[in-house]
Write a new protein. Structure first.
Length: 351
């Protein structure tokens, strides 16, 4: 969130909840239950510490506004778009929020949005893109001087598509059904403009177009699945089973030491009566039984430790592959099953 938002954003975030009571008096757009739910989820993302909070909040606010185009959603939608550097959408959202909010906006809130709007309008450049054929998606990476590239996706194209992007150095490519164009790089100062024509080739490429060109409501970082709750839960279960295995291994090991001490005592008593405790000695059978119990306890300890380690390793693998970027690949490709048999333990599956 930009530096100036902190002092007043809580009131803005709560705005949707007052909407239902006010909408009839002000001829406001009716807000559906689904829009309220999506907006509330967006607020939770926006105020969380989730590393992907802005992408997720943008998606929820965008869906809420498409369902019920109330002006009160536009402030939060603009904030999320601003943080994602979707500057054209942020400018449009802030302008509409100020215009449609009218006297319902406090002086401080109006000033904050006007200031942010001025910063955005002073800092963008314009790029016009044409693709042959139409129907392509544009993947734009802004390359800041420090930090990771800022990634956004726009489209599908139909004729020339004009975008307002954050001024700076960009790397742009076009895609249709998995086929990519060459990469075009450009650098524009604030207020600058550039244009480019992409020609995509591929014998098996298919073209899909869905309506007029827009600054797409889907950020490139939103394309991946939001993670796999099933695999994440399975990782926790595996860790729990691993902890049980380690605990049992420790208990069996301590029991083995106790049984070793007992076996030593029995053998010492047998040896005291008959040197060497040979077969047939009064305590020979008791000494052998005690030694067998000692060995069984240490064997159970070893099996429990290995099984616990296998489950913990499984939990780590499941946790990693259930992350948002890998969720689809994990569900499609990863199958991991721990196994324990009388002769060993281990993992089986495919990665």
């Amino acid at each position: 969130m930009t530096a100036g938002h902190g002092s007043w954003v809580s009131g803005l975030l709560a705005g949707i909840f007052a909407l239902s009571a006010a909408q009839h008096a002000h001829a406001e757009v009716p807000v559906s239950e689904n829009a309220n739910r999506r907006f509330s989820q967006g607020v939770r993302y926006l105020t969380s510490q989730d590393p992907g909070r802005y992408e997720k909040a943008y998606r929820e606010f965008k869906a809420a506004y498409e369902d019920s185009p109330s002006w009160k959603i536009l402030g939060n939608l603009g904030i999320a778009a601003h943080e994602l550097e979707r500057d054209g959408e942020a400018i449009d959202a802030f302008k509409a929020y100020l215009a449609r909010g009218g006297k319902e906006l406090s002086a401080d809130e109006r000033k904050q949005f006007q200031d942010d709007l001025e910063v955005l309008e002073d800092g963008y450049s314009t790029v016009t893109i044409e693709t042959v054929p139409d129907g392509a998606w544009l993947i734009d990476e802004r390359l800041p001087e420090t930090g990771a590239p800022i990634l956004n996706r726009y489209g599908p194209t139909e004729g020339k598509l004009t975008l307002r992007v954050r001024a700076g150095h960009h790397r742009l490519r076009a895609e249709i059904s998995g086929y990519e164009s060459d990469t075009w790089e450009f650098s524009d100062p604030p207020g600058g403009s550039s244009s480019h024509r992409f020609e995509l080739h591929g014998a098996n490429a298919t073209v899909s177009s869905s309506g007029p060109p827009v600054e797409a409501p889907v950020d490139a970082r939103l394309d991946s699945d939001p993670g796999s709750p099933g695999l994440r839960t399975a990782s926790y279960v595996a860790w729990g089973l691993g902890a049980v295995g380690v605990g049992l291994g420790t208990w069996f090991m301590l029991d083995g030491f106790d049984k070793r001490s007992a076996a030593d005592d029995v053998f010492a008593s047998c040896t005291a009566q008959v040197p060497g405790c040979p077969e047939g000695a009064p305590l020979h059978d008791a000494a052998i039984t005690a030694q067998d119990e000692e060995g069984s306890a240490f064997t159970r300890s070893l099996v429990s430790y290995v099984a616990g380690g296998a489950f913990i390793a499984t939990g780590v693998v499941l946790f990693v592959v259930s992350s948002p970027d890998d969720a689809r690949r994990a569900s499609d490709e990863a199958t991991i099953v721990p196994w324990v048999s009388p002769t060993g333990v281990g993992l089986s599956g495919r990665f």
